[in-house]
Design a binder for this molecule. Structure first.
Ligand SMILES: [Zn+2]
Length: 443
């Protein structure tokens, strides 16, 4: 069934970004069937359903290239003892306990709640990184079910690490990669790996073999903290990226998350191997690990995308954080105005293309019907030439009204349609304290 989303301001993005006022986007099935003037689209698609956008902005759905759905249950939890004073302590005291306390219902709910948040924020594609050592086998199926119910797209993986047992997670990740195969455009799979400092050569080689055989990329945290770099230098006499490259983890489908502590020759390796990097500014600031050399990475030709690292699902907020952070960090008010939106709008689409084989992030006839319709009345003229100004200073604070993915309306008038938000949130509040209790008892 076709639907006309009419009377909006359409921002097509893509290579030739166009802004059309008083315009309509028509979806038919999972794709966009037409974009143009309200009257023209009415003539071409007279029998389509109609949704009046009342002057709102129609953008392609946003993409998050690094998320941890499972982090949701930690919100508001108190951690006994002294506050963690560095990154490794944050992992040991918080995240490596949260993941061990997840059971099957907690996994499902801790995916459903951020999925609702994605829909609320117009985020229609996510690349997630999951861990739940106490309920490992089948965990990715639980998340897949939640994603399908929510109606957005997700690439999933299980975080392989030697920190609990050697090669922990390998079987679950391998099983899921084989199950998903080439994917159906909604669910894709990657080989998830924690980080160099919790992975032996042997386990990394096993991961790389599975990924190569299946033709998928590796999704791994790289040099997030100085500790990861120091570990690689001490144990293997080379920096993190060199070690991972030697073991075959780099490659055009692979995602190296963070890359805060990398030197210039490591950046050259990333560029030469076409490995993508995902920048997560809010998370880096929250963990006080340092500032990714974003401008240098881009200058070197590295494809850098933008993720939230589980901090949330609002990609516009993340984009603005990147914009502010790199202005301050470079002491230069001339930078990041183009680069921060580029990570979100172009580079995330390029990274998603490698995972899903779909051209996302653009509104054009024949492309996937993923839309974020935002409640924003521009106070000044808006066109192709000044769109970034509206994006950074206006749209970032506006709310998403309607979210569409694969042609299906997932939220309309700020009401989530694909999931029962109130019921799920109530159940999640009931379950979280039980999980916190299990967590406190862990050694
Ligand atoms: Zn992460």
């Amino acid at each position: 069934m076709a639907t006309r989303f009419e009377n909006g301001i359409v921002v097509t993005l893509g290579e030739k970004n166009q802004v059309y006022w008083d315009a309509t986007v028509v979806t038919d099935g999972e794709n966009i069937a037409g974009v143009g003037k309200v009257a023209d689209m009415k003539l071409r698609f007279p029998n389509a359903d109609s949704v009046d956008c009342q002057g709102k902005i129609i953008l392609p759905g946003f993409i998050c290239t690094h998320h941890h759905f499972y982090s949701t249950m930690a919100r508001g939890m108190s951690i006994p003892g002294e506050p963690a004073s560095n990154f490794v302590e944050i992992l040991e005291r918080l995240w490596w306990k949260v993941d061990r306390a997840l059971d099957d219902e907690a996994i499902t709910l801790s995916a459903q709640m951020p999925l609702i948040d994605c829909i609320r924020n117009g985020t229609t594609t996510v690349i997630d990184h999951h861990a739940s050592p106490a309920m490992r086998d089948g965990s990715l199926d639980l998340i897949e079910n939640a994603v399908r119910q929510a109606g957005i797209r997700a690439s999933l993986c299980y975080e392989v690490s030697d920190r609990n047992v050697m090669g922990g997670g390998l079987t679950e990740n391998k099983r899921f990669i084989h199950k998903v195969g080439k994917g159906d455009g909604q669910i894709a799979a990657m080989m998830g790996m924690h980080a160099s400092f919790t992975l032996s050569d042997q386990t990394i080689e096993e991961c790389v073999d599975i990924a190569r055989e299946a033709g998928v990329g590796c999704h791994i945290h790289v040099a997030e903290d100085a500790a990861d770099r120091a570990d690689a230098l001490a144990k293997y006499q080379m920096p993190t990226v060199n070690r991972l490259n030697k073991l075959g983890v780099t490659g055009e489908k692979s995602i190296f998350v963070h890359c805060v502590h990398v030197d210039e020759q490591e950046m050259d390796i990333l560029a030469a191997t076409h490995t993508s990097v995902v920048h997560n500014p809010e998370s880096n600031m929250n963990n006080a690990v340092g500032v990714t050399p974003l401008l240098k990475l881009l200058q070197k030709g590295v494809l850098v995308g933008l993720g939230t690292d589980g901090m949330g699902s609002d990609m516009l907020a993340q984009m603005r954080c990147a914009y502010l952070l790199h202005r301050l960090a470079n002491h230069d008010p001339r930078v990041a105005f183009v680069e921060a939106p580029q990570l979100l709008l172009q580079n995330n689409a390029a990274i998603a293309h490698k995972q899903f084989g779909l051209k996302l992030g653009e509104i054009a006839e024949g492309l996937p019907a993923d839309l974020a319709i935002i409640d924003y009345q521009p106070p000044t003229p808006l066109d192709e030439n000044n769109f970034l100004g509206h994006l950074i200073f206006g749209l970032v604070d506006a709310t998403v009204d309607t979210t569409v993915c694969k042609g299906k309306i997932l939220m309309r008038g700020k009401q989530i349609l694909s999931m029962d938000e109130a019921r799920l949130a109530a159940r999640s509040r009931e379950l979280a304290p039980k999980m916190w209790k299990r967590l406190q008892q862990l050694p």
